[in-house]
Design a binder for this molecule. Structure first.
Ligand code: GAR
Length: 225
């Protein structure tokens, strides 16, 4: 199939809050900048801002409640049912703040991406901006990676790099990094949609060659602060 005739990549986006990454991806799809379609947005709790943003964009938005599920197994069962009902090609974790089981990661291996607000492998887990400040890092950023059983440990495809300025607060850094997240996440999805990026049993390929190290872009010119 030529790039022009590829079917749009069908996406399910999982959120826990504001959903600014979800909105950036959805808007890129709607504007025809990426050959993809958001089939569904799923939140792990009701009433989060991202759900109404998704509905405003004309996207089916649902809640699979973590709290009502009882335990992780029941939650993940309900979550996969909601995902699979929409038959997505790709599951996009966009500020989805639940740790998924290895079984869940395995079920969607090679079909699930996450964005993490650090230059992985630095600062897996929480409070990444605070930890970058505490370490007096000169640079910080975000990483788009495939999800594997290891938390924030799957192969990284693309990273954005921004400077840390003297006097920055956590919130300054979060704003600076997030502006770049909205650029790199749609970009990676488009690489998949074009068939340029591929997963083969735990290995990532770009344009027919193994991607041995993440691509890194200095996006300081695209930041808002
Ligand atoms: C983003 O900055 C994302 O990198 C981070 O949550 C934020 C969600 O913002 N994700 C994680 O920390 C995952 N470990 P958003 O809801 O506005 O897209």
């Amino acid at each position: 199939m030529s790039a022009g005739s590829r079917a749009p990549l069908q996406l399910a986006i999982l959120i826990s809050g504001r959903g600014s990454n979800m909105a950036a991806i959805a808007r890129a799809c709607l504007a025809g900048l990426i050959n993809a379609r958001v089939n569904v947005v799923i939140a792990d709790r009701p009433g989060v801002a991202g759900l109404s943003t998704a509905r405003d964009l004309g996207i089916d938005a649902q809640t699979v409640s973590w709290q009502n599920a009882g335990d992780r197994e029941a939650f993940e069962r309900a979550l996969s049912e909601a995902i699979d009902a929409h038959q997505p090609d790709l599951i996009v974790l966009a500020g989805f703040m639940r740790i998924l089981s290895p079984q869940f990661a395995e079920r969607y291996a090679g079909r699930m991406l996450n964005i993490h607000p650090s230059l992985l492998p630095k600062y897996r887990g929480l409070h990444t901006h605070r930890r970058a400040l505490e370490a007096s890092d000169a640079e910080h950023g975000a990483s788009v990676h495939f999800v594997t059983a290891e938390l924030d440990g799957g192969p990284v495809v693309l990273q954005s790099r921004v400077p840390v300025h003297p006097g920055d607060t956590e919130s300054d850094l979060a704003t600076r990094v997030q502006a770049t997240e909205h650029i790199i996440y749609p970009r990676v999805i488009e690489l998949l949609a074009q068939g340029r990026l591929a997963w083969d049993e735990g290995h990532v390929w770009l344009d027919g060659k193994p991607l041995d190290a993440p691509m890194v872009e200095d996006l300081s010119a695209h930041t808002r602060n």
